[in-house]
Ligand binder design. Sequence first.
Ligand SMILES: [Fe+2]
Length: 153
Amino acid sequence: MTAPTIAPRDTTKIKWLITPTSTAWIAQALANLDTVLLDHSHCERKAAGVALSLMSRYPSNEKLVRELTAIAREELEHFEQVNRILQQRGVDLAPLPAPPYGGGLKALVRRHEPDRLLDLLLVSGLIEARSHERLGLLAEHLPIGSWRNFIGV
Ligand SMILES: [Fe+2]
């Protein structure tokens, strides 16, 4: 099998990310799409869980709770969508080892308010930005007709 051709890309799309994802990651992800999809399922579930957790931690912040409610709902819909694709591909839901990226960021969260809330939101935003960047890269490199449409192209 021939290695996929990796086209140059616009690294300025996600302005919050200082370091772009490597082209090696793209090739590895394209060669392991089922694992990428399974990881994405976990990411969607975790994103919904983080939104619910923040709602529980800050129940009197009405604006935040309203925003998080919408986010939790949206992430659970994404979770269902990804799980349908996994099922169509014959991939069972299964645990995956947690990558060190999220844990490393969360270790930097300050412990006192209001810094804690700010840091938790920043960590979530960075994780979302990286995920957005990587799904966009996959969408650019996946053949049309695969699950490319799901990830937004
Ligand atoms: Fe999502």
